[in-house]
Design a protein around this ligand. Structure first.
Ligand SMILES: N[C@@H](CCC(=O)N[C@@H](CS)C(=O)NCC(=O)O)C(=O)O
Length: 200
């Protein structure tokens, strides 16, 4: 069975849990504790994930770390409809474009602001909030007129961007000025087999 090294409060881990739920895949969760802002891990875990972070996925002989790699792998391996990770080159490129936003402005902005406010981690809150607002503007540029980030249906681009946008309020970043983003949050929540996490 798939094994996900995981923490309940982590939005990056939630990306994997959300896609696993959409794909209706059973898996085992292995909780990784955090102390003073760092994961409590041993050398065995560092062999699976040299960064010592969560999430990490183990599927038989395949071990992957990082939410982006895990989303790409799960969709490519287990989505027989090819809808979550489209094979059409232009749509695939569009998905990658949003995965880039998820790992840049969304992480250095929305993730960082939440880490500072909710978990007391160090950082420049004002700078993080400004980068987070910029991420929301970029999302709004698409979602003001389209339902999904790439193509006409939900993809891993939506799964990757959703958690820290839906949790933005925990980092004192307002989503209310962005009507398209707000409607998109509601649209994702109404999908079949949607699951939440604390705060969502
Ligand atoms: N880019 C990585 C970031 C992973 C990450 O930042 N994980 C955090 C939890 S959300 C973590 O493990 N923090 C504790 C640590 O670094 O020791 C991803 O998308 O998975």
């Amino acid at each position: 069975m798939l094994k996900l090294y995981d923490r309940e409060a982590s939005g990056n881990c939630y990306k994997a849990r959300l896609l696993l739920s959409f794909l209706n895949m059973p898996y085992e969760r292995v909780p990784v504790a955090m102390q003073d802002g760092k994961n409590v891990v041993d050398s065995g875990y560092l062999q699976l994930n040299p960064r010592g972070q969560v999430p990490t996925l183990v599927d038989g002989d395949t071990t992957l770390w990082g939410s982006t790699a895990i989303l790409c792998y799960l969709a490519a391996r287990y989505d027989e409809t090819f809808s979550w990770l489209p094979r059409d080159p232009a749509r695939l490129g569009e998905v990658m474009q949003w995965l880039e936003l998820a790992q840049n402005e969304i992480l250095s902005g929305l993730f960082r602001a939440r880490a500072i406010v909710k978990f007391g981690l160090p950082g420049d809150l004002e700078a993080a909030r400004q980068i987070g607002a910029r991420a929301l503007e970029v999302l709004e540029s698409r979602l003001a007129s389209e339902s999904w980030l790439a193509g006409n249906g939900p993809t891993i681009a939506d799964v990757a961007c959703f958690p820290y946008v839906a949790l933005a309020y925990e980092g004192m970043v307002e989503v209310s000025p962005y009507a398209g983003v707000q409607q998109w949050i509601a649209r994702i929540k109404s999908l079949d087999r949607f699951v939440g996490m604390p705060g969502i």
